[in-house]
Design a protein around this ligand. Structure first.
Ligand SMILES: Cc1ncc(COP(=O)(O)O)c(C=O)c1O
Length: 439
């Protein structure tokens, strides 16, 4: 018999983790409350990243804890196909109530990655339902992150997430990314330069024929690739060109949704209307896995034809609209509303911006970017050792009691929207100490 020690770390193959490094010096959280995690050694760590961009209301929020406890005791699971339960409908109504006006229907998933796959499939099936079945191409963007499933990595543009996984989806092309440090370094908010990069849609449309393109998918603010903020006018131009060519525009709002920019969604913040919105993470405050894809009436109604006893869309997950996730979602949205957390994020954004840009003179810093309660500090990589300097910053910050995230040589920050000014100061002071001590 294969005996496993109680605390053996070997069996769990950790996601997006340097497994061997982690297991030689584990960093374990055992509790969380408000803005803080508690480590296995009993240390408090300030959460500078809202978990993984998901705990927008902070941790252990009473309304959410109680809703999950009550729901699991009342209805733990209901079949998601051909059966319903009230909270999934209630949550869909709440979501549509807070989404931009033109959104009308919600399809549930269990993660950002599944929401992306759902959105891409909906786009393809929509065109086909409209008799426009030649529209099969999907356009993503370099440095885009759309989760880790095959559709998402195909339209995504992060090389390491793609290159060892075969030939991916066919019929995919990519817009150029919008990161132009020579022009835009140290910009506060949206950079001035780069709207013209949206015109690449014209080149791609001319190359393939616009009538073959189903959808363009972008993150309104690219997060996982290191916080790339859309240049002024860029998203507006994307919308214009997609409309011109009959292409659906999908916003992946997995990190920008639920108050991160100081409004419910990035679509509100930038006042640009996508045809499909992809969400997850903050929908349930990260407590129970859940995603939601929102669509316009036009897209939904294109499927509502034929005999009424037939299934209209052959897609869905065992846990779509799961009762416990729906209860967590309702309690989360109520917490955001009750505490005015989106407005709070908007109010704190200038203070947050000042803290970040106050680090401009620190060693190794080559760019600082921010929008809403998102920030990025880009470091000069150590020659020949990309990612090493930022990862050391991550370890040092953790030792000093602040959780940050790094991607490449970029420090990415996205605290819970309940953060206090003194805690913003603490993140700034800790980063200054860390950067000063770094090789
Ligand atoms: C923009 C975006 N899309 C999709 C995803 C994937 O979400 P998940 O990890 O829940 O599958 C993420 C996760 O960070 C994301 O940032």
């Amino acid at each position: 018999m294969n005996m496993v020690k109680p605390n053996d770390l070997n069996a769990f193959w950790m996601p997006f983790t340097a497994n061997r490094q982690f297991k030689s010096a584990p960093r374990m959280f055992v509790a969380a409350d408000g803005m803080y995690y508690t480590t296995a050694e009993g240390r408090e760590v300030l959460d500078g990243t809202a978990g993984l961009w998901c705990c927008n209301a902070g941790h252990k929020r009473p309304r959410i804890v109680e809703a999950v406890q009550a729901q699991v005791a009342e209805l733990d699971y209901a079949p998601a196909f051909q059966m319903g339960h009230p909270k999934a409908f209630e949550l869909a109504n709440r979501l549509i109530g807070m989404a931009p006006d033109h959104m009308a229907h919600v399809f549930y998933t269990n993660s950002g990655s599944e929401s992306v796959e759902t959105a891409l499939k909906l786009a393809l099936a929509y065109h086909r339902a409209k008799g426009d079945g030649a529209r099969t191409r999907l356009i993503g963007r370099e440095r885009g992150y759309h989760g880790v499933n095959f559709g998402g990595i195909s339209v995504g543009g992060i090389v390491n997430n793609r290159k060892v996984f075969g030939s991916l989806l066919t019929g995919v092309d990519h817009l150029p990314h919008t990161h132009l440090p020579d022009h835009n370094a140290f910009t506060r908010g949206q950079p001035e330069h780069g709207a013209h990069l949206a015109d690449e849609i014209e080149r791609i449309a001319a190359l393939h024929g616009p009538e073959t393109i189903a959808a363009v998918i972008v993150e309104p603010v690219a997060g996982s690739t290191g916080v790339l903020i859309p240049p002024k006018g860029y998203l507006e131009r994307l919308r214009e060109l997609c409309t011109k060519h009959g292409i659906l525009l999908i916003f992946d709002e997995v990190i920008t949704g639920f108050g991160r920019l100081g409004s419910a969604f990035a679509a509100d913040h930038f006042d640009v209307k996508p045809d499909i919105m992809v969400t997850a993470k903050g929908l349930t405050n990260g407590v129970i896995p859940m995603g939601a894809v929102m669509v316009t009436p036009e897209i939904h109604d294109a499927f509502m034809h034929g005999p009424e006893n037939l299934i209209e869309l052959f897609h869905g997950y065992t846990y779509s609209g799961n009762p416990i996730a729906a209860a967590a979602g309702l309690a989360t949205l109520e917490t955001y509303r009750e505490e005015g957390l989106f407005e709070r994020a908007a109010e704190l954004a200038p203070y947050w911006e000042d803290m970040l840009h106050g680090l401009k003179d620190c060693r190794h810093v080559i760019d600082i970017r921010n929008i809403g309660l998102i920030g990025a500090i880009e470091l000069q990589p150590i020659a020949g050792q990309p990612t090493r300097r930022a990862f050391q910053a991550f370890l040092d910050a953790y030792d000093r009691g602040v959780l940050i995230r790094t991607t490449g040589d970029i420090i990415a920050l996205s605290p819970p929207l309940i953060i206090e000014k003194a805690q913003i100061d603490r993140i700034g002071e800790t980063l200054r100490e860390v950067l000063t001590a770094l090789d």
